[in-house]
Design a protein around this ligand. Structure first.
Ligand code: ADP
Length: 658
């Protein structure tokens, strides 16, 4: 009884164990017919117990039934433990079978090892992809290989890779082994954003998006037609993020049934997306480096400079090909150190150039060095060079590398030297001229001053002669005397003007700041009679302060206003004086409505003795504007005229503040 009870108990225990066992268990008779099956096995096969019981076990696994027959026969023959594993497409799963024979019956354990196999396969693919990548295989090949592997591990899944374009707003198709081309073509240029399918949304949200009904899901409303027509029902998308969490694209998984991934599956697919992200980021870095290298090569080929690259840590300086072209040295000559460079600098420039270079390099922040010095060429001749370099520092600010370019500027330097010599000699000549000018000006002053006295004598004796002998000389004689007196008068005027002009060189210009209204009023007083006679209307208002010598300014205005009255046309003279100040100078304008000046004479009128009319028409000596020009020049200013014949003239004068 006791032993029976314990047997019952044990059997119950066994059944309980059987029920809760985590593997599926079948018990089979000698012809492999299923006698009993535990709930786990039913769950694994997704069949009901009635269907399973009494069936020959291999029949339940049509894709592998022959292999299973062999496996079970083996188990009975060897009376030992046997194992068999394979993929079962009818269940879309990997199963492992273990058989334990017991007399003529036996138990077979079945285990779903899909997850485990997938993990192993993923690891294998990862290894292979790393090898491909390391051997610099084109990225497209590597990505294709990876996606093919994904589709092999997850049968029935179609993978599609999209890459974000440069604008960061649109996705372009990059790779997919099994999506139809009409679909991948349609994928090009889809925008990122909500309602832009699973991929557009995942890229926008930067998180995975799982859709198990493309037809009805709101995220697909705008773009589901083609996917639906191709039979796709589910689409899961994973964003591809770079190391800074910026989106680079997305990985889409298309499935022709309604399905959501379980946690394990989602993790595995995510793992694929990480690997793809790493590859893509690498590709981008590789592209950037390749581009920079290309650029560097182009610059090297295009430049006439000798490019150098100093590895500061190892003290090795490499030179570009122009080193040979410019300076005759073989650029392959190695090793070339910093000291070698120093020794090629002209002894007179060496210490200064090298010290400055070291100063910049040993600072912890300066990034740029430049200098001009003489560099010895292979033929022993020195060239002037302009050399500059960019410093690359490590995270502590220590200079580790420097890249630079040396330019032969001998031609420029020699021209500069020649120019300097020319300038020096011109300066010398100008000083000589200045002093001879000074002499001449002094001479003009003295001469005109000394000429006045004998001229006064000629004039007064002529007057005396005229009054004493007028009654005894005939009309012709009187006419001659008149000409002589007139000539003497003109000569007096000329001498006076010349004196006035040369006086400008004798007296120093001592400028001051003042409002010139009084000076203008003074000029109007001087011309009181002329103004009355001609009915001239002279206006001025709002005059600004000026920085000039008062007397010379008065003299200038006297000439300009005097001329404006003198060179009047038929019309009543209207003269307007205005001024304008800016930050650097005062500008005066004397505008009239007189006869004006032809364009071709507008510069000449400022030369000495330049007159445009006969003395009979307008009196004058032609020196007034020359005086104006001299005064303005002495104030470092400028004067010019703008005029239209028959309409009037504007004389414009600038006086700088210093
Ligand atoms: P002058 O008045 O003694 O002849 P200037 O040197 O003052 O000498 O002037 C030179 C010439 O410029 C004048 O002969 C005249 O032809 C011309 N000129 C000067 N000012 C004016 C003006 N406001 N309108 C027209 N012509 C002028």
């Amino acid at each position: 009884m006791e032993s029976n009870a314990s047997l019952v108990f044990n059997r119950e225990k066994l059944l309980d164990l059987f029920t809760h066992f985590k593997d599926g268990i079948f018990t089979l008779d000698s012809s492999y017919r299923v006698e009993s099956v535990n709930p786990k096995a039913i769950r694994i096969l997704r069949l009901n117990e009635q269907t399973i019981r009494g069936k020959r076990m291999p029949v339940l696994f049509p894709s592998n039934h022959l292999n299973l027959e062999t496996f079970l026969k083996n188990a009975i023959d060897t009376k030992g433990y046997t194992e068999y594993k394979n993929y079962f497409p009818e269940y879309k799963k990997w199963f492992q079978f273990r058989a334990y024979p017991f007399e003529n019956e036996f138990s077979v354990f079945i285990k779903d090892i899909t997850g485990q196999i997938q993990t192993e396969q993923i690891l294998t693919i990862e290894r292979e992809v790393h090898v491909l990548h390391a051997t610099q295989s084109p990225i497209q090949n590597t990505l294709n290989y990876l996606l093919k592997g994904l589709e092999k591990i997850f049968p029935g899944y179609h993978a599609g890779l999209m890459e974000l374009d440069k604008s960061g707003k649109f996705l372009n198709h990059l790779s997919s082994p099994s999506l139809p081309s009409e679909y991948t073509d349609a994928l090009n240029g889809i925008p990122t954003g909500l309602n832009s399918g699973s991929c557009g949304t995942a890229s926008y949200l930067k998180q995975p998006v799982f859709v198990n009904d493309i037809k009805t899901d709101p995220l697909w409303t705008n773009c589901n037609a083609l996917a639906v027509s191709l039979g796709f029902v589910s689409c899961w998308s994973f964003p591809l993020l770079d190391s800074k969490s910026e989106v680079m694209g997305s990985l889409g998984i298309y499935i022709k049934e309604s399905k959501l991934p379980d946690v394990e599956e989602a993790k595995k697919l995510e793992r694929f997306s990480y690997l793809i992200s790493v590859l893509l980021e690498h590709k981008r870095t590789r592209d950037t480096i390749e581009f920079s290298n290309e650029l560097y090569k182009t610059v090297l080929a295009a430049t006439n400079d000798a490019i150098w690259d100093l590895d500061i840590v190892n003290n090795v300086m490499n030179w570009g090909k122009s080193m040979k072209k410019l300076f005759g040295y073989d650029s392959e000559l190695k090793p070339y150190t910093l000291e070698d460079w120093k020794n090629h600098i002209h002894p007179d420039d060496r210490a200064h150039t090298f010290d400055e270079f070291m100063k910049v390099m040993s600072s912890d922040h300066l990034m740029y060095w430049e200098d001009e010095y003489r560099f010895i060429k292979a033929d022993g001749v020195f060239s002037y060079v302009y050399d500059r370099g960019l410093i690359i520092r490590d995270e502590h600010g220590k200079a580790i590398r420097m890249v630079g370019a040396m330019q032969d500027i001998s031609e420029r330097k020699n021209s500069e030297l020649m120019l300097k010599q020319l300038n020096d000699s011109l300066e010398k000549r100008a000083i000589e001229l200045q002093s001879s000018n000074n002499e001449l000006e002094k001479f003009a002053y003295i001469a005109s001053h000394d000429l006045k006295e004998p001229l006064r004598m000629i004039s007064s004796f002529l007057q005396l002669f005229k009054s004493r002998y007028e009654h005894v000389i005939d009309d012709k004689g009187k006419e001659y005397i008149h000409f002589a007196v007139d000539g003497a008068e003109r000569m007096k005027e000329l001498i006076n003007d010349l004196l006035e002009y040369s006086r400008l060189f004798i007296h120093e210009t001592s400028p001051e700041k003042f409002n010139p209204e009084n000076e203008i009023k003074e000029v109007l007083r001087i011309f009181e009679n002329e103004i009355k006679e001609t009915g001239a209307i002279i206006s001025y208002s709002g005059l600004n302060e000026i920085f000039a010598n008062r007397n010379q300014f008065l003299q200038l205005m006297q000439n300009l206003i005097g001329n404006a009255i003198k060179y009047k046309s038929e019309k009543i003279p209207r003269i307007n004086i205005t001024s304008y100040n800016d930050d650097i100078q005062s500008t005066f304008t004397v505008n009239d409505n007189g006869i004006g000046i032809e364009k071709e004479f507008q510069e000449k009128v400022f030369d000495m003795f330049q007159r445009l009319h006969s003395r009979n028409k307008y009196s004058g000596t032609g020196i007034g504007l020359a005086i104006c020009k001299k005064i303005v020049a002495m104030h470092n200013g400028s004067i010019w005229v703008e005029s239209s014949p028959g309409e009037g003239s504007s004389f414009i004068v600038n006086f700088p503040f210093r």
